[in-house]
Design a protein around this ligand. Structure first.
Ligand code: SF4
Length: 361
């Protein structure tokens, strides 16, 4: 028996939380989860179907692979045509660029390796004379490890290692969502992993400025239900605060050490997101002292204008404008075995989650 895990999956406690949600929830609400792991677990535990009809859960831009733009993917593919070793997380391999994907390029002979961490990529560079480029895709959860790898590379004077920084920051994307006039979001189920690093402060700013309740929530079913209950309590009382449900992992101040490491190497810069376009200060660029590890210091990667996958509505899914079954290709043409867009490829993608857990039936 998984003692500690089972405590967060107890059906009796789940029933109690659900009945409280049903009792206090009066008005229709749209709550957005901003983390792919939440999306997956909401599907896995069938939580959507257990909630009252007027409590709608919508997915947001919580999958780093999905928010990476087609142009960035094209640039990564183009880079793999050079005489380099490209190191990447597995999720990126099947994400479609304008014409092909990294997987196909590898089959054609490109030297592309799947690694489990940026340190593995640095290990490749230490064993190799060839340039090694790590594709840095991820949010605040991933960026500190990549930054630590770069600091280590500098310490060891590794000359053949660089990083393609496509990292993205979550709070600016949430701000873009709440300030968008055509979207209604009544509360955010804030990402657990990202918040371990960034803490509560960025959500306090968001809650105060946009009057939208934010609750940092864990990933077990009882965490998610309790997070939803906390949001509904705030909404029903007309409050908008930032709170932590996931207290066993998240501290109000976040992880200062990880933030320090990230800030040593990177500084925020404007970045393009799939479906959103340019979001100010939502990416991470190299600071001057670490520019030698920026892929752009070594390669001039030029690509044509990106061609988006035809009829793919991934951008609208990421903004919570539609749910995956509203995409005309969902489960007909687009399936995990034949993904048209990244939201069906990634293990954290909303379309993949809806498909896997039959959440539309
Ligand atoms: Fe794109 Fe496929 Fe999702 Fe439709 S179902 S939005 S085509 S990934």
């Amino acid at each position: 028996k998984l003692r500690y895990i089972d405590e967060f999956r107890d059906p009796e406690v789940a029933r109690r939380l659900l009945s409280e949600i049903k009792k206090i929830s009066r008005r229709p609400v749209r709550l957005m989860e901003v983390c792919g792991t939440h999306t997956m677990n909401i599907g896995r535990y069938g939580l959507r179907g257990l909630l009252p009809h007027h409590v709608q859960l919508i997915s947001g831009p919580g999958c780093p692979v999905c928010v990476t733009t087609t142009k960035e993917i094209d640039m990564m593919i183009k880079l793999a045509e050079e005489d380099v070793t490209v190191a990447t997380f597995g999720d990126l391999m099947r994400v479609p660029g304008s014409h092909t994907n990294l997987n196909h390029q590898r089959a054609r002979g490109a030297d592309i390796r799947v690694v489990y961490s940026s340190f593995d990529a640095l290990g490749l560079a230490l064993k190799n004379l060839k340039p090694v480029v790590f594709l840095g895709v991820g949010f605040e959860t991933t960026a500190p490890t990549v930054a630590a790898t770069i600091i280590e590379a500098k310490k060891r004077r590794v000359r053949n290692f660089s990083v393609f920084s496509a990292h993205k920051l979550i709070p600016p994307a949430m701000e873009a969502l709440v300030s968008s006039p055509d979207l209604r979001i009544d509360g955010f189920i804030c990402p657990g992993h990202v918040s371990v690093i960034i803490g509560l402060r960025p959500y306090k700013v968001l809650a105060e400025r946009y009057k939208v309740p934010c609750v940092i929530t864990g990933f077990e079913p009882l965490d998610i239900l309790q997070g939803i209950l906390m949001l509904i309590k705030q909404i029903e009382k007309g409050k908008a605060k930032a709170e932590i449900q996931y207290t066993r992992a998240v501290k109000e101040e976040g992880n200062w050490k990880a933030k320090e490491v990230m800030e040593e190497v990177f500084s925020p810069c404007d970045a393009n997101w799939r479906g959103f376009g340019l979001i100010p200060q939502s990416g991470l660029c190299f600071k001057e002292e670490y520019k030698e590890f920026d892929v752009n210091s070594h390669f001039d990667i030029k690509v044509d204008e990106a061609k988006e996958p035809l009829s793919c509505r991934c951008g609208d899914v990421l903004k919570g404008k539609i749910i995956p079954p509203q995409c005309p290709l969902f489960a007909k043409v687009c399936r995990p075995a034949n993904p048209i867009g990244p939201c069906m490829v990634s293990s954290e993608g909303s379309c993949a989650a809806y498909y896997k857990y039959r959440d539309w039936e």
